[in-house]
Every structure is written in C-alpha cells, then in structure tokens.
Ligand binder design. Structure first.
Ligand code: ZN
Length: 252
C-alpha cells in the first residue's frame, strides 16, 4: 500500500517543497498569531511551552531561537528530510508492524519502568500500533480537520480545545502555529497526523520513539505535560524529551 504524495504542477515553491512538485494547501493569512508568545499556544489544561511547541498531544522538536520549519536549524540532531508523505507512511507502517510483534512480549527493565509510569501496558501498545492510522497532516485531511478535532475529538477536553483553537486546521497548526510539530496524536483515539519532512529526517530509533510517544497519547488520552510529569521530565521543554527518554530506554 502506498499513498503517494499528490503530484501536481504549478504549485507553490516553499520551504517544504523547494521544487514545487507537491500540491499543498496554502492557508496563510487566516490565522492570527499572538506575538507575545511567538505564536505558540498551550493545549487545554497545559502550560505554554516556551521552546518549540504547545503542550497538546503532539511531538514537538526543540527549535533554536524562534520557530522555524523544515529548513531551519534544529537542536536534537533532527534536520528535515523528504517532504514526500508516502516515504514516512511506509516507514511508520513498518514500525507499526514491528511494534505489534515486539510489544506482544516483555521489554527491557528500563523500558517497562517507563511504560508503567506512563500508565500503559505492552499489550495496549501492541494493539494501538496495530490500529493506528497514519495521516498526512499537510494533506487534504489535515487541511480539512481542525486541530481541536484531530487532537481532542475523542477527549472530554474537546470543548475547551474548540474554544481555544477554533477553526485552526491541522495543516495551519503544523505550518503556522507550531512548525516544529512533527506529529499530532488523537487523545483517546487511533489517529496520528504527521509532518513528513520531520519524520523523514529522523533516524530509525528517533522515529520509533516518536511513534511510541504518539501511541501513548492515543492510549492514555494524556497530553504532553502529563506524560512529561509522569516520567519526571521538564514540562517546559519541547516534548521531544519524551521520545528521547523512550528511545534510550526502549530502542537502544
Ligand atoms: Zn506528545
């Protein structure tokens, strides 16, 4: 199965698509960013995340200085890769299948300790990996699904997410509000929206740690701040720190 990026001609050249080969929704101009916080908004119930993203159910990379999208300088060793969704989709599909087998068994002691703190079991991860839907956050679905619906559509906090984010779409969120967001998970659901450029720039272990992080959102319905707190990590930092912990403990 392959979901090839929509090929087109005459589409805009931009930072994700320097050759202008892929049709993307361009949605500039309809979203007002708050300059007092660099345009980054916290998720419902979460604190503002001052370095690289909101505190919602996403996976934000730490960004040097102000928010920069793919092409910008990043900390954490992740640089943007190919913007082609099918590459990231295929890699994550393989990871999902690997997880389904791997988490049918017991993990290392450190990994099991993390999972226990996060409140998830191996079997839950195996099943969530099996059921997860990998969606192009910069494709048609991302452009027509609100950020509130994508992240909180199955959560009791949906109402407050709507009040906060209104009609902001996933694509707008990933390009304008938090360009450092590599992925966004549905709290308490099975959807995972991705920015393929970031996913394709990751090492295999970074990508798998990100997937485990997103599956934890899917299973628990908890946002980044809750997961960071559960692991004893700084809550004011970009949520990549969750993936980094899981990578070290589960995917060495
Ligand atoms: Zn997250």
């Amino acid at each position: 199965m392959s979901t090839t990026g929509v090929e087109n001609s005459g589409v805009p050249v931009n930072f994700r698509d320097p050759k202008g080969l892929y049709a993307e929704p361009v949605l500039l101009g309809s979203l007002t960013l708050d300059p007092t916080n660099g345009g980054l908004e916290p998720g419902p119930g979460g604190n503002r995340d001052v370095n690289g993203g909101g505190a919602g159910p996403e996976y934000s990379l730490p960004v040097t200085g102000t928010s920069e999208g793919p092409g910008g300088a990043l900390q954490g060793g992740i640089m943007p890769g190919s913007p082609v969704f099918s590459i990231a989709f295929d890699a994550l599909t393989n990871d999902k299948e690997m997880f389904y087998g791997l988490f049918m068994g017991q993990q290392s002691e450190n990994c099991e300790s993390d999972l226990k703190k996060l409140g998830v079991t191996d079997n839950q991860i195996a099943m969530a990996a099996l059921n997860a839907n990998i969606i192009n956050g910069l494709g048609v679905t991302g452009a027509t699904t609100t950020y509130a619906q994508a992240g909180w559509g199955a959560s009791p906090l949906y109402g407050s997410a709507v009040a906060q984010f209104g009609s902001t779409t996933v694509t707008q969120y990933m390009t304008l509000v938090n360009p450092a967001a590599a992925a966004l998970a549905q709290l308490g659901g099975s959807n995972i929206y991705i920015n393929a450029s970031w996913v394709n720039g990751m090492s295999t272990s970074d990508r798998q740690a990100m997937l485990l992080h997103e599956l934890t959102h899917n299973i628990t319905g908890k946002d980044d701040e809750s997961l960071q707190r559960a692991l004893g990590l700084p809550t004011g930092a970009a949520s990549q720190n969750i993936g980094d912990r899981l990578r070290g403990d589960c995917f060495k």
